[in-house]
Design a protein around this ligand. Structure first.
Ligand code: ZN
Length: 635
């Protein structure tokens, strides 16, 4: 049993730890008058810093949301620890030995310190294994990607032996219990006993901002490994994948200094960027970039009130944020509109990721990649134009029709105006005509909600007397089933999502997957579809709706809950599986018809003599769409 820490020790640790250093791991602080520092509050969403730290007093206070406390409550709130764990972590930070009442001792089973210790011991073990004879495939993998032993050492890369009992027996020998090792995600629990989760894989340690190892990413190396290409630590008390960014421990200081973060897709891309001198690169771990990642990064990027756009922090994606696998990224920024203006995309012309770019073209090319960034909205609009032939009137009209919704989705009015003019220029059309099309598009996506998550008003009366409150924002009602437009298309999309959320495993799996990737008319329902698309691995999970909610941007959570609860328009006694397959089938059929119409249009615009190859390609796609429709009808 964990014992109470002696009162005097708690006070001693509190007075010895510099709260500015601790907070500084999470928030970029700058001077704010005598004895005071300030930065962006990690507890609420703000653009101008109202989070103050007074190192002499050992306390922090936020004038925006009223959060207030000492170094222990800061750790408790940001890292979700108990009070005792917060004290223990701070004591460890300054090498202070705590004393416990009545001969008690440090909290043990499953607590944060034990899990971090297990992870640290595992990291050392994996690193040692990388030099062994078995690790040949691992060293070859690194070498082929341009990483020498020094690079492997710099990033703490290791190797998990191909064994069910390597890390298990090693760490049990170090005094860790099987329960602790299962809780830490290092072992998987089998029917009879627990066994190594990572076997025959290259291992990257994933660390938090303080440098503590909280989990691992593991890549498959062996042909007989039937697992996924990448395997990560599951959710544990110390590892939350929606918030974790690989490389943040290495990049944090440079992110604060340069006010820039570069988001790449994988572990090797992070390594390549840092080695090439782009030391602000981080990657998500086994999940798409989402709103929670923005919350982690925002305080480090440190905006200031009244700053012009050029001095705002920058987020640079090195991949197309709207590609299927990463669609959540552009959603996240559409959600966090104030951040969107600071979001850029830098994609190599030939689509090489930073790792391959460094391998083929050298360090310089990686640095130039980031310098060639374009604003995210410009990138997204231009990408919709790419699919159209702007030489013809029909092509320009079609291009306007498909790009207008992108411009309409920008909620910052000053940006919208700018992009209306830019789009008019790119299309060679009159700005008024483009403005009209954008207005029309805005009305059809009217169901899209405003983004900012509302915080409950502070009950702290002292807050009322502060004059410099952050600017108030209009309160919007989130999207709701009740406010969806009542047309055939929207109803079909709503019913299909209800069917998946309420009976995820009823319809044939392929059909559910196709439905989750069809084009939606309604913007809000499209957000729910994306969250479902990101959860397709868990259709059989009993808590499927919870898993979808984890992928859902905050303001849409209510809509997901409504869709998961609302009455299905099924008849009494009707077969649920049949109903679900029916409604998903209709949705997929609609999507195939849309694809067909699009392809026929393209076919029409293609000159068979000038572009026989393109015409053949379109014809082939048409055949595929028709085949898919036939399969659908026979099911
Ligand atoms: Zn606050």
């Amino acid at each position: 049993m964990p014992g109470l820490i002696k009162r005097a020790d708690i006070d001693e640790v509190r007075s010895r730890v510099n709260i500015a250093d601790v907070v500084g791991d999470y928030v970029t602080l700058k001077g704010a008058g005598v004895g005071s520092l300030k930065g962006l509050c990690p507890f609420h969403d703000e653009r101008s810093p109202s989070f103050h730290v007074r190192p002499q007093v050992g306390r922090y206070h936020c004038f925006g949301c009223g959060e207030d406390g000492d170094v222990f409550s800061f750790i408790q709130k940001t890292d979700h620890t108990t009070f005792q764990e917060a004290v223990e972590r701070m004591a460890a930070r300054i090498n202070f030995t705590l004393h416990y009442e009545d001969g008690g001792q440090a909290s043990d089973h499953g607590n944060r310190a034990r899990l971090l210790a297990a992870n640290e011991a595992a990291r050392e073990f994996y690193v040692e294994q990388l030099t062994g004879a078995d690790a040949d495939p691992a060293r070859r993998f690194l070498g082929q990607r341009g990483f020498d032993p020094a690079a492997a050492q710099r990033f703490g890369v290791g190797f998990a032996p191909k064994s069910f009992d390597a890390i298990r027996s090693h760490l049990k020998g170090r005094g860790f219990s099987e329960e602790e090792l299962v809780t830490s995600g290092l072992l998987s629990q089998g029917d009879r006993n627990a066994y190594d989760r990572f076997r025959g894989r290259l291992i990257w340690p994933i660390r938090d901002v303080t440098g503590a190892t909280i989990g691992f990413g593991a890549r498959k190396l062996l042909d007989d490994d039937n697992g996924p290409k990448y395997l990560n630590t599951p959710e544990t008390p110390v590892y939350h994948k929606s918030q974790v960014l690989y490389g943040l421990d290495l990049a944090r200081k440079d992110i604060s200094r340069s006010k820039r973060v570069v988001i790449v897709e994988g572990y090797t891309d992070v390594m390549a960027c840092h080695l090439a001198g782009v030391t602000t690169a981080v990657a998500t771990c086994g999940t798409s970039f989402g709103v929670d990642h923005i919350k982690v990064l925002r305080p480090m990027l440190g905006d200031v009130r009244g700053a012009d756009a050029s001095s705002l922090g920058e987020v640079v994606f090195t991949f197309d944020p709207d590609e299927a696998g990463q669609r959540a990224a552009s959603r996240a920024f559409a959600e966090e509109q104030r951040f969107a203006a600071q979001t850029f995309v830098a994609v190599a012309p030939d689509g090489l990721d930073p790792c391959d770019l460094r391998l083929n073209r050298g360090d310089d090319a990686v640095r130039r990649l980031v310098d060639g960034k374009r604003p995210m909205f410009e990138f997204m609009i231009k990408r919709t134009l790419d699919g159209h032939d702007l030489e013809t009137v029909e092509g320009r009209v079609a291009a306007l029709r498909s790009s207008a919704p992108v411009v309409a989705g920008i909620r910052d009015a000053s940006l919208t105006q700018g992009y209306v003019r830019s789009l008019a220029g790119w299309l060679g059309l009159d700005p008024d005509e483009v403005g009209t099309a954008v207005d029309a598009a805005r009305r059809t996506v009217a169901a899209q909600p405003k983004a900012v998550e509302r915080l409950a008003p502070s009950s702290d009366p002292s807050r009322q007397s502060i004059t410099s409150l952050p600017e108030a924002e209009p309160v919007d009602e989130g999207p709701s089933i009740l406010r969806l437009p009542d047309d055939l298309s929207t109803r079909m999309e709503r019913d299909a999502l209800m069917a998946i959320l309420q009976h995820p495993a009823s319809a044939p799996r392929d059909l559910t997957i196709q439905a989750a990737f069809s084009v939606f008319v309604n913007g809000s329902l499209g957000v729910v579809r994306d969250a479902i698309a990101a959860s397709l691995d868990h259709l059989d999970a009993p808590n499927f709706v919870d898993l979808v909610l984890e992928q859902t941007p905050g303001p849409f959570a209510g809509l997901v809950r409504e869709l998961a609860m609302g009455p299905l328009p099924e008849r009494e006694g009707a077969d649920v599986a049949l109903y679900c397959a029916g409604i998903l089938g209709s949705l997929v059929e609609r999507d195939l018809l849309r694809q067909k119409a699009e392809l026929l249009g393209q076919m029409h615009r293609t000159d068979v003599r000038a572009e026989p190859e393109k015409r053949r390609e379109i014809g082939q796609k048409l055949v595929e769409v028709e085949a898919a429709r036939r399969i659908l009808r026979n099911e």
